[in-house]
Write a protein that binds this ligand. Structure first.
Ligand code: PRE
Length: 314
């Protein structure tokens, strides 16, 4: 049986994302994104679930950097969840009593406007996750150490599950916000799911150093093959100022000719390309087909070249 880990504690959105894929399997809650990634890397877990990007606050640096460095890992599935937040307090606490509010930095960024309007003087206390903030209030309620804050911004389920009161619901500034989570594994047999016809491929590309046009050259590999990028982010490579790698998601599966050829092209023009998985797109809903070459065009071109090489002429 596969061993699962998720960015915990119990009650995080990451747990909800994992549970939407595997409802019942035992899973270990890890205290951070780094610890979840490390559990998979070390073999303590086979699959780990972590957030990778939010529609409002963008990429989750710990996940992007964890995938770019260290022993390679691959994404085997993605989950997209709507995110909505509540302000949770110990029973009996009124809004006027809330002087400090704690939550994960990505969640804080999504409720800043609400806090400015309703709790303009409240101090922000960073927490390792939304659920960790709620858990600290529940621990205080049970007679444990003071949490160090009166309000926690967390998922409605976390507040309910811990016996906290909800002072305000739907406090996110942008209705309809979503977070994308990834399930990670060590690479190996069976970790590239079969193509479904609606897949995504993730890569980290390290450009050739100090070369004018290096990024354009890398992007051309996708353009000329009619491949749509769904995300591109630069992250510091970490070895020197001015050195970046590019975390990229594109449409398509590594088994498709166009994606395979783009990967070979990137390999030719970059210092290093890290393959981070091909996996089904969450929820389907592929964007309209582009006007570039089709898989049939790629197959026809390959057949034509094979015939030339066999001496059949053009
Ligand atoms: O703290 C959690 O509950 C998480 O799963 C992390 C996380 C994130 O880092 O993006 C997930 C979704 C929300 O956008 C806020 C926090």
């Amino acid at each position: 049986m596969l061993r699962y880990a998720f960015f915990g504690p119990v009650g995080t959105f990451s747990e909800a994302a994992l549970r939407s894929v595997v409802a019942d399997a035992p899973a270990v809650a890890m205290p951070s994104v780094d610890a979840t990634i490390e559990a998979v890397r070390s073999g303590a877990a086979d699959v780990g679930c972590v957030p990778i990007e939010n529609s409002v606050e963008g990429g989750v640096p710990a996940t992007l950097d964890g995938l770019a460095a260290g022993d390679p890992l691959v994404v085997v599935a993605e989950v997209v969840l709507p995110v909505t937040f509540v302000l949770a307090v110990k029973p009996g606490t009124a809004l006027a009593d809330v002087e400090r509010v704690s939550t994960h930095s990505h969640a804080h960024a999504q409720v800043r406007g609400w806090l400015r309007t309703h709790l303009p003087d409240a101090l922000y206390v960073p927490a390792t996750s939304t659920a960790a903030a709620a858990q600290a209030l529940a621990d205080e309620l049970a007679g444990g150490a003071p949490a160090g804050f009166e309000g926690a911004v967390c998922a409605p389920t976390a507040a309910r599950g811990l016996g906290l009161d909800v002072l305000a619901e739907r406090i996110e500034d942008r209705a309809g916000a979503q977070t994308r989570f990834v399930l990670l594994s060590r690479p190996g047999a069976g970790t590239v799911p079969a193509p479904t016809g609606d897949d995504k491929t993730s890569l980290v590309v390290f450009l050739r150093e100090e070369r004018p046009g290096a990024l354009v050259e890398a992007l051309e590999q996708f353009v000329t093959r009619g491949i749509n990028l769904t995300r591109i982010e630069s992250r510091p490579a970490g070895d020197a100022l001015g050195r970046y790698c590019f975390s990229i998601d594109c449409d398509g599966h590594v088994s498709e000719a166009r994606v395979g050829e783009a990967l070979m092209g990137l390999h030719r023009v970059s210092d290093h390309v890290r393959f981070v998985g091909s996996y089904p797109r969450a929820g389907g809903g592929r964007p309209p087909a582009g006007t570039g070459p089709t898989e049939d065009d790629f197959a026809a071109a390959q057949g034509w070249l094979d015939r030339l090489r066999a001496g059949a002429g053009s």
